[in-house]
Design a protein around this ligand. Sequence first.
Ligand SMILES: Cc1cc2nc3c(=O)[nH]c(=O)nc-3n(C[C@H](O)[C@H](O)[C@H](O)COP(=O)(O)O)c2cc1C
Length: 316
Amino acid sequence: MGAILNEIWRRSPNAIDLLTTKLGKLELKTPLSVASGTFDLENLEFFDESCLGAFVCKTITRYPKHGNPPPRLYETEAGLINSIGLQNPGLDNFIAEKLPLYRERLRLPLIVSISGSSISEFEYILSRLETCPGISGYEINISCPNVENEGIAFGVCPDVVFDLLTKISPMTSRELCVKLSPNVTDIAQIAKAAESGGASSLAMINSVWGMAINYRNGKSHIKKGVAGYTGIGIKPIALALTYKAAQAVNIPILAMGGIYNWKDALEFIWAGASAIAIGTANFVNPLAAPELIMGLGEYLLENDLKITDLIGKVSF
Ligand SMILES: Cc1cc2nc3c(=O)[nH]c(=O)nc-3n(C[C@H](O)[C@H](O)[C@H](O)COP(=O)(O)O)c2cc1C
């Protein structure tokens, strides 16, 4: 796959600039990243990581989580329903075991996704990770219940998002990206609250509420019932929310939600995304990432364009 970027660069002396983009403080060699929870080091056995601009890992919490009971994955006619429940090894194990693997293997900016059940828990996780080398940034997953706020998800209240960000943003000089939930009344308010609180970029969208029921016997396909809907069916929702957020803020957006190929990626860039990520498509096509970058590179070369020429330039 290094060969793919080499081929793009060989065909144009300026091609190295075609795909480069910025996500807040990070210069990305390509605009493509991977969505938290859908990709890990084993996926890199299928292709060379040079087609990626950054690597976002599965969300880490303070303590290990076993996740929700099965069944917790169901493929619908148009995308996936999941209730994995943030299964992860917890902060201590992540720092001791996972992070060294990432440091050894990755030649890409590593963005660590974190989640907490209170503002002080976010602060604690961040303070520990700040002592660890090899991390380029954080993705703050706010689609989780806040125990200090009656279990209402952090990401639905602009005041809470602002409060969280004002507390954690002074703690780091690394990239601070806030991952937004689509399950809100007004995404612009949440995006603005994250920006005013000190976020340097946004990632969006997390999964949409969804449900799947066996029509014959009425049994939910997912043990927990309501779960997270991702993949092809959420693309128009993700596109609209990306557009709305991009209109509301000046910080860059890492967009995801139903991106399967370079054409999908371009739609998000026109809507206002500075970078894009592949999530559910990684389960369908392990080569989605290199194919996307090859297609995007060819489109840009053929049309004599750079990614940065297109960001937010949708017309009506
Ligand atoms: C199986 C699975 C696990 C996920 N785990 C996480 C996670 O740990 N943290 C997170 O922020 N998002 C998680 N997500 C959401 C994705 O990162 C992404 O926001 C969402 O899937 C939308 O993108 P897509 O339609 O391309 O999949 C998960 C999604 C799936 C399908």
